[in-house]
Design a protein around this ligand. Structure first.
Ligand code: ATP
Ligand code: MG
Length: 312
């Protein structure tokens, strides 16, 4: 199998991995497929520039891991602060994000810097930015453009130096067209736009990642390192990975726990059978733009005929 040895420049080891939160368990960024290597070059080029970055990619593709790599490459001295926009309180989102001054509302005896303030001098990672309420999107743009934020109830703005790395699993321009995302913010984010392809489109990463996770989990569980049979390797490469790298990590972990031989075989992987046509149809819908209803109709018809043939 193809995981490069430690020291190989294509395997990026994170020196401070032990400080990462539990949700990001990776100690390295495994980017071996040609598409991933290309993306890594692009990431490292953008990291040093004073531009905001938008990472678009399906769930589990490694957006947060990539954002942490950007922070590391940018050599910004302060913290990497991660916030999921969907976790902001509907009522106090503005104060949580931009901070508030003493007495701004009941129960606010002292001032708070808010998420933006705590990322001052560092990187603010805003996950699922499309979930940020529209009025806050406009305010955020104002902060990024002017370099100062108005805390709720404050008489004057606070200077802020923030590098924004935003992530989205939905296509932002589609959200703009649906009236759910601020067009100006989408423009502002579009210079540093990175598309993190789904795992099924960078098959060259699958086995190195599987081997990498095996290494991590055998170490953690103090188990001997099993091989992966050729049939299991093929199954891993052919799987559709709707949950992307996170799903692969879970599959490998599970396989290791149930494997009673010195090689992981297909039945240890517990992969679902080939996707039903319904799921293929949903995937097509995701791929095809709303504007392309005619193309979608043709593909649906072809699927329908394929289904009829399979049923015969
Ligand atoms: N290239 C990679 N190398 C090593 N580990 C990876 C890689 N990509 C993802 N992972 C691991 O997969 C898991 C999911 O990654 P991450 O949380 O960054 O994905 P995400 O795109 O932010 O997911 P979500 O959309 O659900 O927030 C993490 O445990 C991460 O460490
Ligand atoms: Mg994430």
């Amino acid at each position: 199998m193809s995981l490069p040895p430690v020291g190989d420049p294509s395997l990026l080891i994170f020196p401070d991995a032990d400080k990462s939160p539990l949700s990001i368990r990776a100690k390295a960024l495994v980017f071996i497929d040609p598409r991933s290597r290309q993306l890594r070059n692009e990431v490292e080029r953008l990291a040093g520039l004073p531009v905001p970055i938008l990472i678009q990619g399906e769930t589990g593709t490694g957006k947060e891991l990539l954002a942490r790599h950007i922070h590391r490459c940018s050599e910004r001295p302060s913290l990497f602060v991660a916030l999921s926009c969907s976790s902001l309180s509907p009522k106090h989102g503005e104060a949580e994000l931009f901070g508030y001054s003493a007495g701004a509302h009941q129960g606010a005896p002292s001032s708070r810097a808010g998420w933006l303030g705590s990322a001052n001098g560092g990187t603010l990672y805003l996950d699922e930015i499309a979930d940020l309420p529209l009025p806050l999107q406009g305010q955020l743009l104002g902060v990024l453009e002017t370099g100062e934020a108005w805390r709720v109830g404050a008489a004057q703005p606070t200077p802020l130096d923030i590098r924004l790395v935003a992530a989205s699993s939905v296509e932002l321009w589609q959200a703009v067209r649906a009236g759910k995302f601020d067009e100006r913010l989408a423009h502002y984010l579009s210079d540093g736009r990175l598309q993190l392809p789904p795992l099924r489109e960078r098959v060259g990463d699958v086995l190195p990642l599987a081997e990498y996770f095996l290494g991590i989990y055998t170490q953690r569980l103090r188990l001997p390192l099993p091989g992966i049979s050729l049939a299991a390797q093929r199954a891993l490469e052919q799987h559709d990975w709707p949950g992307n790298t996170r799903e692969l990590e879970n599959v490998v972990h599970f396989a290791l726990l149930v494997c009673d031989a010195d090689e992981i075989d297909v039945h240890h992987l517990n992969l679902p059978a080939a996707p039903p046509l319904e799921r293929i149809e949903q995937a097509l819908e995701r791929l095809i733009d709303d504007d392309d209803a005619a193309q979608l109709a043709v593909l649906r018809e072809l699927l329908r005929r394929a289904e009829q043939r399979l049923a015969v």
